[in-house]
Design a binder for this molecule. Structure first.
Ligand code: FES
Length: 41
């Protein structure tokens, strides 16, 4: 079994404006905690 990719081991505290945000669930994004499309590779 391969090791999981863990982006951080602490919560991300964010103050966001209303809108749509896509969070990274795979741990590979270089723009954590947001998805940058790296999950496709
Ligand atoms: S879900 Fe992680 S880069 Fe898209």
């Amino acid at each position: 079994m391969s090791e999981p990719t863990i982006a951080a081991k602490r919560p991300a505290v964010l103050n966001l404006e209303p809108g749509t945000y896509h969070g990274c669930r795979c741990g590979k994004s270089k723009n954590q905690p947001y998805c940058d499309g790296s999950h496709k590779s």
